[in-house]
Write a protein that binds this ligand. Structure first.
Ligand code: BGC
Length: 337
């Protein structure tokens, strides 16, 4: 009899585990509270965001299906696929801000809410909320740092500067560059800033797909063609990952450390700031952003109140997406830990 009971319990356990395996990651043990996350894998910071978001969601009893994509076609396929698994919410860090209009029609049909993470998604009313950092403040912060460090307000210069921007398909890259240039442009006019390469517009400065290796041939060429007999004083780098490559090439060319920016607060950037090869970064603490994103997810899934602090800035050409914009932090040698 006892043997029979043990056999019976074992059978139930096997059956339960097979069933949860069949149901899959999306709903097992989470009461059907499943969230899909579709992120790009262009920088280490996306991995940090993914880890932090997954952890927080699991603590709230959500099951998480996280995907990373290297190009827009792969990401569109991933999003289309997760839509078919009908999660309760999909969080997207879009590789191309304007490429999801058609893909998200299906999400609308299935009533799956979408949250745009870090990067806005254009041309669709399928987006419920936008969780990001204050992108205008990031671009402006970079410009103001250069202005102060080079004493431009008080007539400092002339200084040679070269400009790099993020990937053209990402709306953030445009915001960062435009805001920085709003601060710096007057100093090009007065001649206090000089761009020896002449590559001052967004398209010339852009690094395709934010892929740091795409910046390497351009900085090599600029250094060889314009700075073999001139000092380079400053470089605008749109993030830490790209700053790593630019600094590497400056060192190979035997240039002394220049005033150079970054973005994200990558651990490598903190090391470079300590070593004196990178001047500053604008840190985007993943835990701050993901906590706000989880509030949004809970709002669309459970009907709770998200934190929103901006209802005007992010018109995506169809709707104005309610947003929470977190505050970034400038880190340089005075406050790096
Ligand atoms: C983000 C940056 C990131 C970059 C590359 C931008 O949209 O705002 O934080 O460094 O993408 O992934």
């Amino acid at each position: 009899m006892k043997t029979f009971k043990i056999f019976y319990v074992a059978l139930i356990l096997i059956f339960t585990s097979i069933m949860s395996g069949c149901i899959g990651d999306d709903s097992a043990g989470s009461g059907g509270k499943s969230v899909a996350i579709c992120f790009p894998n262009t920088t280490p910071s996306w991995q940090r965001n993914g880890d932090s978001l997954t952890k927080l969601l699991q603590e709230e009893n959500f099951s998480v299906n996280i995907q990373f994509a290297s190009d827009i076609n792969q990401q569109k396929e991933q999003v289309a696929e997760v839509i078919e698994s009908k999660p309760k919410c999909i969080v997207i860090g879009a590789i191309d801000s304007a490429a999801f209009t058609d893909t998200l029609e299906k999400a609308k049909e299935y009533n799956i809410p979408i949250i745009a993470f870090d990067r806005i998604i254009f041309d669709t009313d399928a987006v419920s909320y936008y969780a990001s950092f204050d992108n205008d403040a990031i671009g402006e912060g970079m410009g103001l740092y250069f202005e102060a460090a080079l004493n431009l307000k008080n007539g400092g210069g002339p200084y040679n500067i070269e400009l790099f921007a993020g990937g053209p398909a990402d709306n953030n890259a445009h915001i960062f560059f435009d805001q920085t240039m709003k601060i710096l442009e007057p100093y090009f006019k007065t001649g206090q800033l000089v761009c020896q390469s002449g590559q001052k517009d967004f398209n010339s400065a852009a690094v395709a797909d934010w892929n740091a290796e795409n910046a390497r041939p351009r900085i090599q060429k600029i250094l060889a063609q314009h700075y073999s007999d001139k000092p380079l004083h400053a470089v605008l780098s749109p993030n830490d990952n790209i700053a790593g490559v630019l600094i590497d090439e400056l060192q190979k060319a035997g240039k002394p450390p220049v005033l150079i920016s970054g973005l994200d607060g990558d651990p490598d950037a903190f090391q470079r700031i300590k070593a004196g090869t990178q001047t500053f970064t604008i840190s985007k603490d993943p835990d701050v952003l993901t906590a706000k994103c989880v509030r949004m997810i809970k709002a669309v899934v459970e009907g709770t109140q998200p934190d929103i602090n901006d209802v005007t800035t992010y018109n995506n050409r169809v709707i104005t997406v309610p947003a929470f914009l977190c505050t970034p932090q400038i880190i340089d040698k005075t406050n790096v830990k």
